[in-house]
Design a protein around this ligand. Structure first.
Ligand SMILES: [Zn+2]
Length: 120
């Protein structure tokens, strides 16, 4: 499984099999951030030091900006939306709908980036 597919499916960065979020549905908002402490498949320790979630917040900003550009440019071209407030409203709606996924993907990207050194 590729790294991108593992990140999108919230899988372990080591074995690419273990699910790291306890509840698989990101729209169960009360359990959105609950993660396994170790990978249920390979036992890889995914517990990070203090500050890990702070990095995820910055990653969330980057992922949100990526989604915004990925949606706004095609919407502008396809729909011919030339009114800035209309574009911003559509972007806000898309980001609100995708927010739980962006939250989890940001955590996964941060996890992949910070635990890579543990593999060796
Ligand atoms: Zn694993």
């Amino acid at each position: 499984m590729s790294a991108i597919k593992s990140i999108l499916l919230c899988r372990c960065p080591k074995c690419h099999e273990g699910q790291l979020f306890i509840d698989q549905n990101p729209y169960h908002l009360s359990k959105l951030s609950e993660m396994e402490k170790i990978c249920p498949v390979c036992g890889f320790d995914v517990e990070n030091e203090t500050g890990f979630h702070f990095l995820s917040m910055y990653m969330s900003y980057i992922v949100s900006m990526g989604f915004s550009f990925a949606f706004l440019i095609p919407l502008t071209i396809i729909l011919g939306l030339d009114w800035i407030p209309k574009l911003l409203i559509m972007n806000a709606i898309i980001l609100i709908i995708l927010w739980p996924f962006i939250f989890r993907w940001s955590r996964m990207i941060s996890l992949w980036a910070t635990v890579k050194w543990k593999f060796e």
